[in-house]
Design a binder for this molecule. Structure first.
Ligand code: ATP
Ligand code: MG
Length: 199
């Protein structure tokens, strides 16, 4: 069974998240198609861990119930670091304990508005085993942050935001590719236009 943790913090996140600093080499590709759904890609360089955390904070301010965010990248790429900053932001700045769900596979945070389900599916044996983790409730009622989303196979919703983190030019730098599918194509375009991703 997934582990449900965290109390209800006093307040939801209020103002605008801080802008992302240190982004260089930004680029954007428009309109691709995946299974008949429109997609959009946005790329950024993240100079350091704080830049990864700021991106997470910006996205935390824009999610709504039912959203699914896939977190891709190799071991140590920064998926849990991103999820931790995202959950902290949704917790109104309270420093919830956000352990990696390496062994529990799922951690649930009951936060104002909706629960955040943080999955690490690296050790998932079969995609259908995710049902026992509560993936259907997560997709219907919460916001899902999914490390190793490919493990879900056809259970992975087509309407989602994919975030792929890869190593950057130095040990603390990362490159991020965001792919918005379905409704996220337009939402990612809006984010790119409205949020100061470059700082
Ligand atoms: N720019 C950065 N963004 C994210 N993490 C960074 C960055 N620079 C350094 N780090 C460090 O890289 C490590 C990332 O570890 P993390 O557990 O987040 O990776 P992960 O992708 O979740 O790995 P796993 O696949 O094992 O779950 C942390 O120690 C973090 O402090
Ligand atoms: Mg992790």
């Amino acid at each position: 069974m997934p582990c449900r943790v965290g109390g209800r913090p006093k307040a939801a996140p209020d103002g605008e998240p801080r802008p992302l600093r240190g982004g260089v080499g930004a680029s954007t590709n428009k309109s691709m198609a995946e299974n008949g759904l429109s997609s959009r890609m946005v790329k950024r360089d993240l100079a350091d861990q704080a830049a990864t955390e700021r991106l997470a904070q910006i996205l935390a301010g824009r999610v709504r119930r039912g959203d699914v965010i896939g977190l891709g990248g190799d071991l140590g790429a920064g998926k849990t670091t991103f999820a931790r900053a995202f959950i902290h932001a949704r917790a109104g700045g309270l420093k919830e304990d956000v352990p990696s769900p390496t062994f529990t596979l799922a951690q649930i945070y009951d936060l104002p508005g909706f629960a955040i389900w943080h999955f690490d599916l690296y050790r998932l044996q079969k995609a259908e085993d995710a049902v026992e983790l509560g993936i259907e409730e997560a997709f219907a009622e919460g916001v899902s942050l999914i490390e190793w989303p490919g493990r879900l196979g056809h259970w992975l919703p087509k309407d989602r935001l994919d975030i792929l983190l890869t190593q950057g030019k130095n040990p603390d730098a990362r490159h991020v590719v965001m792919m918005g599918h379905g409704s996220w194509a337009q939402r990612l375009e809006d984010l790119d236009a409205e949020a100061d991703l470059d700082g």
